[in-house]
Design a protein around this ligand. Structure first.
Ligand SMILES: [Fe+2]
Length: 418
């Protein structure tokens, strides 16, 4: 079939025709660049005047909410600020957000903050117009009608939530997600100046979350030509920007690269999906409250290695996006270089590469496996290589030891240096 020439994904499923999508979903408008937050009134007024600003205390204390409010105030936009979003919000927090939104009679919702704030802004937008409890809408496209217009302003460069249709909410120890096309932002304002105050650790954790989105979306069974294009560019920007942003948070060029990279990775996985690494991160978060990006990052090199037999060509693309010269190399060799590039970047920004380094007890491997297999199977569905219970247990065991084939070969004294 002649069309096969255009397919970069050579995994079993989907076929080219199955992967044809009706649309690529992304925010209707992206406003970006240093000080682009000054456009917020202009964008808000398109939808009305009564505005609900959803954020958290940390973002407020960092002076980032006032950057938005000053602009709204100067332009006569009415606003109410809800700053009660919790880190990795739970269902009770989401219910409070829904109540605030329903009672306020707002025209538009603005989310300001990291992934948690943006996810709760999405909840505020859709629950204003949809009846019932938040819990009824976990799953895919269960909302009954469109929500309020949504403007999302990220202050971390990681979650990509400004570009996706998902809202992650904890129920007990489990992570559940509402997916809805009505949670896609009307406008995402991606302003690197909003990220300058992020401390190094948060820069590292959120930046590696974005990298995980990009790499996993390239590997996903549902990757397609457009999603992979966004992901490759995201990886390129992260390879240029993350270490610099970690070492000097005030470097606007590095912050700019990271801000755009996170949004591009968000577009990528919104149109393809994340895979095994996010399942691992959720399991780590469920059992040990490991921050999301930390769990994703520590999983990433292992997820790349696990999928290498199915996705060497895609991983070669990852290596090329890191700026490595892979021309003429056999795909598997280039794929191992991609793993080493990820590990190298992680080390430069103080990231652990094993569960042992993170203080996770060795005997937790079994329980982590059980949690992943019983609660987060949905993240394995799009993994290019099938994942069994035993596979997951082996991956966790290797993660605990810090056992990576690609590194072992690189460190081997017999390895040719030519
Ligand atoms: Fe993530």
């Amino acid at each position: 079939m002649e069309y096969n020439a255009f397919v970069s994904v050579k995994k079993e499923a989907p076929s080219y025709f199955e992967s044809i999508r009706e649309y690529v979903s992304m925010p209707k408008k992206l406003v970006f660049g240093p000080d682009s937050v000054k456009q917020v009134s202009k964008e808000t007024k398109r939808f009305g005047n009564r505005t609900l600003v959803v954020t958290d205390e940390g973002v407020k204390k960092a002076g980032l909410v006032s950057k938005v409010l000053e602009v709204l105030l100067a332009d006569g936009v009415e606003f109410y600020v809800f700053d009660g979003v919790k880190m990795e919000p739970d269902i009770e927090n989401a219910r409070v957000v829904a109540k605030v939104s329903r009672e306020g009679g707002y025209d538009v919702v603005i989310g300001v903050g990291g992934g948690s704030c943006l996810d709760m802004a999405k909840v505020a937008a859709v629950m204003a117009t949809n009846e019932g409890d938040v819990e009824e809408y976990f799953g895919d496209e269960l909302l009954k009608q469109p929500g309020l217009p949504l403007i999302l302003i990220p202050t971390t460069s990681g979650s990509g939530s400004e570009a996706t249709k998902g809202s992650v909410i904890s129920v007990g120890n489990l992570k559940k997600v509402i997916f809805s096309r009505w949670m896609i932002a009307e406008v995402a304002i991606v302003d690197p100046m909003m990220t300058l105050t992020m401390p190094p650790r948060l820069t590292a954790i959120t930046g590696i979350d974005a990298l995980t989105h990009a790499v996993e979306s390239i590997l996903s069974k549902r990757s397609n030509l457009i999603s992979s294009m966004f992901a490759r560019e995201s990886i390129r920007l992260i390879s240029e920007g993350l270490e610099v942003a970690y070492k000097n948070g005030r470097d606007v060029n590095a912050r700019y690269r990271m801000a755009i990279a996170a949004t591009l990775a968000g577009v990528s996985f919104a149109n393809s999906s994340v895979i095994l690494g996010h399942g691992i991160s959720y399991a780590l978060s469920t059992l040990f409250h490991i921050p999301h990006g930390l769990g994703c990052g520590v999983a990433l090199p292992y997820v790349m290695e696990y999928n290498m037999q199915e996705c060497a060509e895609e991983l070669k693309d990852v290596a090329a996006s890191f700026g490595l010269n892979v021309g003429g190399l056999e795909a598997t060799e280039a794929a191992k270089m991609a793993v080493r590039a990820v590990v190298d970047l992680m080390r430069k920004i103080g990231f652990p590469i094993s569960l042992r380094e993170m203080g996770i007890p060795k005997d937790a491997v079994l329980e982590l496996t059980n949690i992943l297999m019983s609660n987060y199977q949905r993240l394995l569905l799009n993994n290019p290589r099938e994942v069994s219970y035993d596979d997951v247990r082996t991956i966790f065991a290797r993660m605990w030891e810090g056992e990576l084939e690609s590194l072992r070969e690189a460190n081997s004294p017999n390895r040719s240096t030519a």
